[in-house]
Design a protein around this ligand. Structure first.
Ligand SMILES: [Zn+2]
Length: 254
């Protein structure tokens, strides 16, 4: 991946960003433009200059925008902890190019790894806007690569059984035998995990540990995003819900 360093004349000073917890994706809402065009437009808004940290044109070239470590101006009230990436085009009206999708995946994966980010959002997730447009290939770009750390902890079937027992499920026939059988199947069906789930805290912790998110037993937005990542990477139905197929993939049983 190559990032083309672009220099801009800033109108005022840039402020360092204290934290980086997410990536927000945009389209330019313009069929044809360059990073310098956007810089000019944003100066005309009275801003310090280009508000995005990166710009990817239709040929898939990645340009630097605002320095990566400063507060951007790309999503109202959501700039203090985010990196903004903009793609040339108007994806309400047209399709992304393959080159753009490829570069988008590379850049987002790189930034996720660098800042240990798991949250990737569309601009319209956080502000009232159509951005990045209905044809934007969000899942492909946002969930392109596994986070390396997700490989570390590999729960076993016995770990699953112990967590299920702690959550109140009983193993009548075979006990905690470490083998995936009909009892595990029926528990995995009953113990579906989803955002806002109040029960099954031990199983939620097992999944969180596996996915390298905060292990707090609370299935919140970050856990859901991590589950979506994992499902997409493993060609499961990406619904953010841990059901039997996702359990089996996590535990490595077929
Ligand atoms: Zn936007």
């Amino acid at each position: 991946m190559n990032i083309i360093n672009t220099s801009y004349d800033w109108n005022g000073s840039l402020v360092k960003r204290a934290k980086t917890t997410r990536i927000i994706l945009h389209h330019a809402a313009a069929i044809k433009c360059t990073a310098q065009d956007i810089h000019r437009w944003h100066l005309n808004n009275g801003w310090t200059g280009i508000g995005y940290h990166f710009f990817i044109n239709k040929q898939g070239k990645i340009y630097s925008g605002r320095p990566e470590n400063v507060v951007g101006a790309h999503a109202g009230n959501n700039n203090l902890d985010s990196i903004g990436v903009c793609f040339e085009g108007n994806f309400e009206k047209e399709q992304m190019t393959n080159e753009q999708i490829k570069s988008g995946k590379e850049l987002v994966s790189y930034l996720k790894g660098k800042y240990n980010i798991i949250v990737v959002q569309k601009h319209k997730d956080v502000n009232a806007t159509a951005c990045p447009g209905k044809n934007f290939k969000f899942s492909e770009i946002a969930y392109a690569n596994p986070t390396k750390q997700a490989e570390k902890y590999k729960p076993s079937v016995l770990d699953f059984q112990k967590a299920a027992k702690a959550d109140g499920y009983s193993f009548s026939k075979y006990g905690l035998d470490g083998l995936w059988g009909s009892e595990c199947e029926s528990i995995a069906i009953k113990a579906t995990l989803y955002k806002g789930k109040k029960k099954n805290k031990s199983l939620i912790r097992l999944v969180q540990r596996f996915l390298c998110v905060d292990v707090d037993g609370i299935f919140g937005a970050k856990t859901k995003t991590a589950v979506l990542n994992f499902q997409t990477q493993n060609k499961l139905v990406a619904d953010g819900i841990v059901g039997i197929n996702t359990y089996k993939k996590i535990l490595g049983v077929n």
